[in-house]
Design a protein around this ligand. Structure first.
Ligand SMILES: NC(=O)c1ccc[n+]([C@@H]2O[C@H](COP(=O)([O-])OP(=O)(O)OC[C@H]3O[C@@H](n4cnc5c(N)ncnc54)[C@H](O)[C@@H]3O)[C@@H](O)[C@H]2O)c1
Length: 315
């Protein structure tokens, strides 16, 4: 395996929402990125995406000595992986597609290259079955947009080697990511399971008439969501226990949480609920399209990340 700090060339397979954003991130860290996508329009999409993302990456101090033009577009994945020490795969979230892709490129990969899949919830043990070199295939799951959100979940399959997992954690952490090791395979890994628990209640709150779509969103953005960028759920509860910390909180609230859990249910996503959810976000967007909302989100994300970095640097 190459040294994680010696990686000069990476490949990005599948250049949609996630692949284009990974491309910007790898470029900002001075690597050459060989991009491939079966849709020829992806080349123009990546060019636009990198140009739009570059100012935010510069502001976060990531682009020193890097070029936004150090990438190439390839017609086939076999061409893109030539000479790449690391491959980030971002093909559609379908096991059959990823299985066919891995079988088609395995022989073209460099002998010591590692392939990480961005898959949001597929199980690597199933994707690597039947490969000749399964030990170098791993999940490296980012959060959208990967060029801004630091988290990457690294999950090995049954046949992934511990060395591959350690390599990926080191590689991602060296390029500004916060990589965590998820120790067991589970659909949705960890962070999406946490989100799924919240989304279940967010949908049911609308379905049961507890609150409107807009008020559910406000309940998070004006409430616990503000704290979650600073402290995770465990540490937040530790603080909620006052001087007695988590122990006091657990004494005081465990039975309350257990009682609330009993009243929670998985909503049926009927056509009527779908309609309510869609109408709710349309009201909340006040006519802003996805492009405008993304720009707003990304600008504020950069500011939040800067504030947190400054605060942490001060200690
Ligand atoms: N969108 C998200 O929020 C998000 C977040 C984290 C991870 N992911 C994961 O990233 C991966 C890609 O998701 P996305 O949202 O970027 O999807 P997308 O639909 O935006 O992009 C997928 C790209 O793959 C290309 N493609 C189609 N067939 C292909 C093939 N056989 N080989 C290579 N590329 C092919 C498509 O042309 C398209 O450009 C999925 O595994 C998804 O679970 C998505």
């Amino acid at each position: 395996m190459p040294q994680p700090d010696q990686v000069k060339r990476v490949a990005v397979i599948g250049a949609g929402t996630i692949g284009a954003s990974w491309t910007a991130h790898f470029l900002a860290h001075g690597m050459h990125v060989a991009v491939t996508d079966p849709n020829p329009a992806a080349e123009a999409y990546v060019r636009r995406f990198v140009a739009d993302a570059w100012p935010a990456l510069a502001r976060l101090g990531m682009v020193a000595g890097a070029s936004p033009d150090a990438w190439s577009f390839h017609a086939t994945p076999q061409q893109a992986v030539q000479g790449a020490a690391f491959v980030q795969e971002n093909a559609p979230e379908r096991a059959d597609m990823k299985l066919a892709l891995y079988a088609a490129i395995e022989d073209a990969l460099e002998p010591d290259a590692i392939l990480a899949s961005s898959s949001s919830g597929l199980i690597m043990s199933e994707l690597q079955a039947g490969l000749r070199t399964p030990e170098r295939f791993v999940i490296g799951h980012p959060f959208n947009p990967p060029h801004l959100i630091p988290l990457v979940e690294v999950v090995g399959g049954k046949q992934t080697s511990p060395a591959t997992i350690a390599w990926c954690l080191d590689f991602y952490n060296r390029i500004g990511k916060k990589a965590i090791h998820i120790r067991k395979e589970a659909p949705g890994h960890l962070a999406n399971r946490l989100q799924a628990a919240l989304i279940r209640e967010a949908w049911d709150a609308v379905a049961s008439g507890l609150a409107s779509v807009e008020d559910v969103d406000t309940a998070i953005t004006a409430g616990p969501g503000l704290r979650w960028a600073i402290m995770g759920p465990h540490m937040t509860l530790h603080m909620g226990g006052g001087e007695g910390g988590y122990a006091h909180l657990l004494d005081q609230f465990t039975s309350a949480f257990q009682g609330w859990w009993k009243t929670m249910r998985t909503p049926e996503v009927t056509d009527a609920l779908r309609q309510q959810l869609i109408e709710g976000v349309n009201r909340e967007a006040h006519g802003r399209g996805i492009g405008e909302l993304s720009r707003e989100r990304d600008a504020l994300l950069v500011e939040i990340m800067e504030v947190i970095a400054r605060g942490r640097a001060k200690g």
